[in-house]
Design a protein around this ligand. Structure first.
Ligand SMILES: *Cc1c(COP(=O)(O)O)cnc(C)c1O
Length: 499
């Protein structure tokens, strides 16, 4: 399998090179040049496999320049029962006859980002070796909260790598911030940026495409790569759990092989749901992909009207990991549905960066709305959904997952479609405990309490244990306390690398 840029500037590179580069030199994203198809028999074989075996069965098609040994080693280092606290890695919880919940937050940092960021460092280090690269890899990441910690944890003390994470100073929760500023490891840095996630993400993209800096880096033996979902190495591991969930439903007799299901995905940067799209293109029987947003509903509008318009106020919501107005991975979807038309895609992206909006042609719009259905949930609907699911099902969900369930309810009302549905649950309720406790037990219960007291309260009241990764966070030493402006991000990087 070879990869090419969505903007046409580079093609026919191996997966190792795509993973190492992160983003294409023309500012585009790497995508597979050809389509992978699994037969129904191959999907059936997944039913009796472990998560690790399923991962191998999917990944080997996309990263076929890695040896079987290299793939196995990466998978086994990433997805261990020890790290995920459960054998299934990505368990499917049956909420009722119609709805199952795909729990993607059992990893070390309690959000779905671990599914990709536990394996990415292994793929990247092997990529460096395979391509004969000699420099030290410098991983840059912008984070709306969850990627940062997951990337720091994934790359900590990995030889031949350094990692620098930028997070919006006031855009992350107390738990998320502490997770990042207390990070241990000899090769890790986290820096607060004055601004929102989009500022951090744009800043990182600018650093990546800065020719002069990249030459200077090379002279000093450094090479940039990305831990954001613009990196194909983050996307490809996410395809696995869609197949895994489907195989679990078949295995339990909830559906028959070949039956279609819906997936509901709480969406920000469009990475998670794009992996679902690739799974569908590979032959996974999918009826509809439901794109759930919060009040930063730029994707809802895009999918419903064909116009992407980021010129609107950025809202801070109770689902902060989805507070995003520029969904990078949409570019990959556009490339796929236009039949790999890099000219069109580059044109839209240029228009977006110049004017803040673009409109796709009627044909592209139709193709997208045939597959995707989109709506959004505001904060009060999100809180109500958390309460409702707990009262009716005795099951505790976080705010992002609640956005998904609320949007799914809207979908059912609007379409009358009762196809079996999998809701993708992207974070542990403990990670956003302030909102969860408030939703379940009222405003009084959270008043004047820190997120750390609330961990205990949530645990005691609901009878569920606090995840390992969140215990004792408030007693850890603060190791990173830098704050910078967006315009200073490049200098921060240079100063960390002493160049
Ligand atoms: C990152 C994140 C999302 C959004 O995922 P994308 O791939 O960016 O669309 C949703 N929920 C949580 C908890 C996240 O951390």
């Amino acid at each position: 399998m070879f990869y090419e840029s969505t903007r046409g500037g580079l093609g026919s590179i191996t997966s190792a090179e795509a993973i190492m580069r992160g983003i294409a030199p023309d500012g585009g994203l790497f995508v597979p040049e050809t389509r992978v198809r699994l037969t129904p028999a191959q999907i059936e074989q997944l039913v009796n496999m472990s998560y690790q075996e399923r991962a191998e069965a999917i990944l080997k098609h996309y990263i076929d320049d890695y040896t079987e040994e290299e793939i196995k080693e990466s998978i086994n280092s990433a997805y261990s029962e020890k790290k995920f606290g459960c054998r299934e890695i990505a368990p499917v919880y049956r909420l009722n006859d119609n709805i199952s919940i795909l729990e993607l937050w059992h990893g070390p940092t309690c959000a779905f980002k671990d599914m990709a960021l536990q394996i990415l460092p292994h793929l990247l280090v092997k990529a460096v070796k395979k391509t004969g690269e000699t420099g030290e890899m410098v991983i840059l990441a912008a984070t709306s909260g969850d990627t940062g910690k997951a990337a720091l944890e994934g790359f900590r003390d990995v030889d031949g790598t350094r990692i620098i994470v930028f997070f919006p100073q006031d855009g992350v929760s107390e738990v998320q911030k502490l997770q990042m500023i207390t990070q241990e490891g000899r090769n890790v840095n986290s820096i607060a940026v004055e601004g929102n996630f989009d500022d951090a993400q744009t800043g990182v993209k600018e650093i990546f495409t800065d020719r002069e800096l990249s030459e200077e880096m090379e002279k000093n033996g450094f090479k940039f790569s990305s831990a954001n979902s613009i990196n194909w190495g983050r996307l490809v591991p996410q395809i696995v759990y869609y197949f895994s969930a489907y195989a679990d439903l078949v295995g339990r007799g909830e559906i028959k092989l070949g039956d279609k299901v819906n997936f509901v995905v709480p969406t920000g940067n469009f990475g998670n749901i794009l992996a679902a799209y690739y799974a569908m293109e590979m032959g996974l029987p999918v009826n509809r992909l439901i794109c759930a947003s919060n009040e930063n509903n730029v994707l809802t509008d895009f999918i419903n009207t064909g116009t992407y318009n980021r010129k609107r106020d950025f809202k801070k919501t109770l689902s902060p990991s989805m507070d995003i107005l520029i969904s990078s991975n949409l570019e990959r979807l556009l490339y796929e549905v236009t039949g790999h038309n890099s000219k069109m895609v580059a044109g839209w992206m240029e228009k977006l960066s110049r004017t803040g909006e673009y409109t796709v042609d009627e044909d592209t719009k139709k193709k997208i709305s045939k597959i995707f259905w989109a709506d959004y949930s505001n904060d009060s609907e999100t809180l109500k959904t958390i309460e409702c699911i707990y009262n009716e099902n005795n099951y505790v969900i976080d705010t992002h997952t609640a956005v998904g369930i609320d949007v799914y309810d809207k979908y059912v009302i609007s379409t009358g479609d009762f196809t079996k549905t999998v809701i993708v649950s992207t974070a542990s309720p403990f990670k956003f405990n302030h909102s969860v406790v408030r939703a379940l037990f009222g405003e009084e219960e959270v008043k004047g309490k820190s997120e750390f007291e609330l961990l205990d309260i949530l645990s005691q009241k609901c009878g569920i244990p606090i995840p390992n990764g969140l215990q004792g966070l408030d007693r850890k030493e603060i190791r990173h306390n830098k704050v910078c402006r967006k315009s200073e991000m490049k200098d921060q990087v240079k100063s960390i690398l002493s160049i």
